[in-house]
Design a protein around this ligand. Structure first.
Ligand SMILES: Nc1nc2c(ncn2[C@@H]2O[C@H](COP(=O)(O)OP(=O)(O)OP(=O)(O)O)[C@@H](O)[C@H]2O)c(=O)[nH]1
Ligand SMILES: [Mg+2]
Ligand SMILES: [Zn+2]
Ligand SMILES: [Zn+2]
Length: 495
């Protein structure tokens, strides 16, 4: 359980206990042989030239004593040694059982609650982060019940001096309050043993990923959480700054370009992260929404692997309908100059292939794993052109009211219309590719801004149900707490 050496004192039975046992056993044997030496000395002091009989008698007595000590003394010492070993082993076993039990309880708690840390910097996953000693900052890489202590570890210091701080080593005695850092990149973490919900938003350049995240974040925090009286806590000051940007963009109807870090060692995705604290969520939820720069999918940069795909709870795949040649051709005359400037030009099939390759890379080619992650395919910018009339609310309500059988659920109807839209516009290959690879998929149509950019505050349409569907698929508590439909006409079925 504790493979790596920790800066903590080992528990008595696994550290000092061994040494004490060794010393006791060695001491007993030394004393045993010392008493033999005593009788040997008696023999060598015998005066055979004086009273022969007495000397012979003394020789016999001392010889017998040596024999007795040698035989019985050794037997007794052996028995004592064995008793000592058995008692120590017994205690070791007890302690071993105790820490194994508590270790197991701790693991079950973490796994059952789906608690882990998803580093918001390097995106690597870890079950137990590196915890820092509050007194000396020593790095405890395995602060769990074990040979270093069952409930608490005693810190031995960071190398520059002794420490002695007692660190809680289990979920129930305060470990989550300790400062922690990512075991992979050393970045400070604020996760506090929360349940993460990780959703990457992917798609080519300018498809509207950042606008989607802006619309979702603002409306979720201000409207959904506000209504439900969920407390939203910022992850750290960097994420608070992102939220200030989000609010600014939301109010003006703009989006900022997702910058791709020039530093090759840094991943080119930024997470917007916040905690949801409410009685319904125990432990707290930690939302990570990843905004990934569009070039990651178009440049085919080999270093660009997004680690969060390995453990994410669902993926938002955004499509710019005007990047589909047939759609662009049909509606271009209706688009505003801002809309034309903002059209994503990358080819959708290229992006899905590059995405599938990246997904394979991180999940180690496991088709099984790939096919089980829920995928929300989102056709964006439906305020533009005549798209509302094809896949938006107008089209969906029209079909639902048409009297045709089978169209009684808003989101099922929209899902159907989106698929039809893709087929009608020459995207059948893409559609088949996606639905074959991802068993749990659903199509949505949305407009994040609600109108062309920079023309006033966002008026999002259809953004929230996308994330609601993904959250509800991933988290039973969320499904229970957020089953009402805040932003839509009808509740939607989950698959
Ligand atoms: N009409 C309309 N335009 C939108 C909408 N969302 C995004 N856009 C346009 O699309 C452009 C790109 O949007 P972003 O959200 O920045 O796209 P992105 O996918 O984050 O792009 P990169 O970060 O560069 O990969 C914006 O400048 C807008 O012009 C929308 O809901 N309606
Ligand atoms: Mg962006
Ligand atoms: Zn990290
Ligand atoms: Zn310490």
């Amino acid at each position: 359980m504790a493979a790596e050496e920790q800066p903590s004192r080992k528990s008595y039975f696994f550290g000092k206990g061994y040494r004490d046992l060794g010393n006791t056993v060695a001491g007993a044997w030394v004393r045993n042989f010392q008493s033999i030496g005593k009788y040997k000395a008696h023999i060598s002091n015998l005066d055979f030239d004086g009273g022969k009989i007495i000397a012979v008698f003394g020789f016999i007595v001392n010889g017998l004593a040596i024999l007795a000590v040698f035989i019985f003394g050794s037997i007794i010492t052996l028995l004592m040694t064995l008793a000592n070993v058995v008692i120590l082993l017994g205690f070791m076993l007890l302690v071993y059982i105790a820490f194994s039990l508590i270790w197991t309880v701790d693991r079950i708690y973490l796994i059952k609650n789906r608690i882990f840390t998803a580093c918001h910097e390097c995106k690597e996953k870890s079950l137990i982060p590196t915890y820092l000693c509050p007194q000396c900052g020593a790095q405890h890489t395995n602060l769990t019940p074990g040979v270093y202590g069952i409930l608490k570890h005693t810190c031995t210091g960071n190398g520059s001096g002794p420490c002695g701080a007692k660190l809680p080593a289990v979920f129930f005695n305060g470990r989550r309050e300790l400062q922690s850092e990512c075991p992979h990149c050393g970045h400070p973490l604020m996760d506090r043993e929360t349940v993460p919900l990780c959703i990457p938003v992917i798609g080519g350049r300018s498809v509207g990923k950042t606008a989607f995240i802006t619309a979702f974040s603002r409306d979720f925090i201000e409207v959904v959480a506000g209504k439900k009286k969920w407390e939203i806590l910022p992850y750290n000051s960097e994420k608070s700054a992102i939220y200030r940007e989000i609010l600014k963009d939301y109010n003006t109807g703009s989006t900022r370009m997702t910058e791709r870090s020039l530093d090759r060692n840094k991943a080119s995705s930024v997470s917007f992260s916040f905690f949801i604290k409410a009685p319904e969520f125990n432990p707290e939820r930690l939302i990570h929404i990843y905004d990934i720069a569009g070039e990651v999918f178009t440049d085919n940069n080999e270093n660009e692997v997004q680690k969060q795909y390995e453990y994410c709870h669902g993926i938002v795949f955004m499509l710019d309908p005007f990047a589909i040649p047939a759609v662009r051709y049909k509606y271009e005359h209706l688009l505003s100059p801002e809309d034309i400037a903002g059209i994503g030009s990358a080819d959708i099939n290229g992006i899905i292939n590059s995405f599938l390759n990246k997904l394979r890379e991180v999940t180690g080619l496991s088709e099984q794993k790939m096919s089980s992650v829920p995928l929300a395919l989102v056709i964006a910018k439906i305020d533009s052109g005549g798209l509302d009339n094809e896949i938006g609310k107008t089209a969906v309500t029209r079909l639902m009211n048409s009297g045709s059988a089978g169209y009684d659920d808003f989101y099922d109807t929209q899902d159907y219309l989106c698929r039809k839209f893709l087929v009608d516009n020459g995207m059948e290959g893409f559609l088949n590719n996606i639905t074959l690879k991802f068993r749990r998929n659903r199509f949505f149509a949305c407009s994040a801004i609600g109108h062309p950019r920079d023309k006033g505050a966002y008026r999002p349409e259809g953004v929230m149900p996308v994330v609601q569907w993904l959250f509800n698929n991933a988290d039973a508590a969320m499904l229970k707490a957020w089953n009402d439909v805040t932003f839509s006409a009808k509740p939607f079925a989950l698959n």
